[in-house]
Design a protein around this ligand. Structure first.
Ligand code: 4AD
Ligand code: MG
Length: 460
């Protein structure tokens, strides 16, 4: 018989005479006449209760089943007299696949997030992490649904690149050279001997290639891993994270902001609708204000705030920030959180940032001191989306490349896009992990990625 999942069984309308499920023992306890086994198979938060009676031929072994053991159960569904659950299984056979030894680290008690990070290979078996990774999966599907339903095409942008889109120099270099014997020329590394004949790195963003796609297909998006060798050990930075990057032709900054707002609202609504049980766990045990916060995000239009006004608000806040605020200063997490959490108490889109702190590709505004950039800032997290209208004018782009020391020769193809039918276009990047943090209330990015990569940490 094909095994069912706990999720489908618990959702069944009527009882079935014979069912089979496989999973892992969460707990087992003996009553007078029976042994009760709680089985979880990962398909949902809930466990399924199995009742084993002494008639079973291996009853003595069943009574020794430990937490973490793997089993297969055949039996009949019956209405559960216990609270909370509709069905349980009265076992006709319990096959012990493997009995876990007593030192299984996930015995039934509360574990700290720090401890669970040291066993990333086992933590998806806990309620909290199982729920987080199921929500992550649902939202990943939601990303595709959102764009596909709106006629966007999914493009696979490269992971190995020769460019630094953000110009921040946070690149992981990739080489096939033997690092113990690096070929030299004029006292420097001879990259002509390397795999690509020039330096290469892991991408920090798929944007530049997505722009080429948008200027052919109209509306596109990429969704893939991006890499930044940013040596900041914070709760919201990872060295490897997933970014969703839509790019839209014939779209200006304000249409771009509207798309970003609709997108975030769609994904939160999607989680509330399709991950209700898992989300409830977070609302109960991780952040008691979660549902209320998500509701605020859904119910109000996001604030639109020019950067200069943000600077004024921050200056007048009376707060003692660690970083000074002035026109030309990049907004730090403390500033972003003040705006979204304390001042507006809802998401804010800050736009028109100073040209001096932004990459070469953002469109220069008529004031010549700001660019058509926008960041979506949300409570608890700060920046969740960064985007812009792109510079579509060839001469202005060339000037900006020069100013920011971006090699025009290397990006000849990007410049070409401004020669052949250049149009107004815009896009943004959503940090997928930050979205999961927003939706679940989890406060550390290490806890929303199955196997996080941060400075000094690449176990598993
Ligand atoms: O603001 P960023 O750097 O924008 C870009 O990369 C643009 N090329 C996107 C575009 O316009 N297509 O990054 C976008 C988002 C940030 O808002 C943040 O949510 C996330 O990516 N992000 C990180 N998430 C986790 N760890 C890091 N180290 C991150 N750096 C950026
Ligand atoms: Mg940014």
């Amino acid at each position: 018989m094909m095994p069912s999942s706990v999720k489908t069984l618990l959702a069944a309308e009527t009882a079935l005479k014979t069912v089979c499920i496989s999973g892992w023992v969460r707990t087992r306890r003996d009553a007078k006449a029976f042994s009760f086994i709680e089985i979880n198979d990962g398909s949902c938060l809930a466990n399924l209760q199995v009742i084993a009676d002494p008639e079973l031929e291996n009853y003595e072994q069943i009574r020794k089943l430990t937490t973490g053991s793997s089993v297969s159960v055949t039996g009949a569904m019956q209405e559960s007299p216990g609270k909370g659950q509709k069905w349980e299984i009265l076992a006709t056979a319990v096959t012990l696949i493997q009995t876990a030894p007593e030192e299984y680290p996930l015995q039934k008690k509360r574990h700290t997030d720090e401890f669970l990070r040291t066993i990333s290979h086992l933590r998806p078996r806990t309620n909290k992490y199982g729920a987080a990774f199921r929500i992550r999966s649902t939202l990943s599907y939601g990303v595709h649904r959102f764009f596909q339903e709106r006629g966007f095409f999914h493009v696979h942008t490269p992971i190995l690149t020769g460019s630094d889109c953000e110009g921040a120099g946070e690149l992981f270099q990739v080489t096939a050279l033997n690092l113990d014997q690096v070929p030299q020329k004029d006292g420097k590394t001879d990259y002509t001997a390397d795999f690509f004949g020039k330096p290469a790195n892991l991408t920090v963003s798929g944007q530049l290639e997505a722009e080429a796609a948008a200027l052919a297909l109209g509306n596109v998006y990429t969704f893939g891993p991006t890499f930044r060798a940013e040596n900041s050990n914070t709760r919201r930075h990872a060295a490897e994270f997933w970014m969703v990057e839509p790019e839209m032709a014939f779209c200006d900054l304000f249409q771009n902001m509207a798309m970003a707002e609709t997108f975030i609202k769609f994904l939160i609504g999607d989680a509330l609708k399709n991950c209700a049980d898992d989300l409830n766990l977070f609302a109960k045990f991780v952040d008691k204000r979660l549902m209320q916060e998500l509701d605020v995000i859904l119910s109000k239009p996001f604030v639109r705030l020019p950067y200069e006004d943000a600077v004024t608000i921050l200056k007048q806040s009376g707060r003692n920030f660690s970083y000074d605020v002035f026109f030309g200063a990049d907004l730090q997490t403390e500033h972003e959180r003040f705006l979204a959490e304390d001042h507006f108490k809802q998401p804010v889109i800050v736009y028109n940032y100073p040209k001096s702190i932004k990459p070469f590709y953002m469109r220069v505004n008529d004031d010549d001191r700001t660019v058509a950039a926008m960041d979506v800032i949300v409570p608890r997290i700060g920046e969740i989306i960064g985007g812009s209208q792109r510079e579509e004018r060839p001469t202005v782009l060339d000037a900006r490349m020069k100013e920011t020391r971006v090699s025009a020769a290397d990006l000849w193809w990007y410049r070409d896009l401004r020669r052949y039918g250049s149009v107004v276009h815009s896009g943004f990047g959503l940090g997928f992990e930050r979205l999961i943090m927003l939706v679940t209330g989890i406060t550390n990015i290490r806890d929303v990625i199955p196997f996080p990569r941060t400075p000094g940490a690449i176990d598993f």
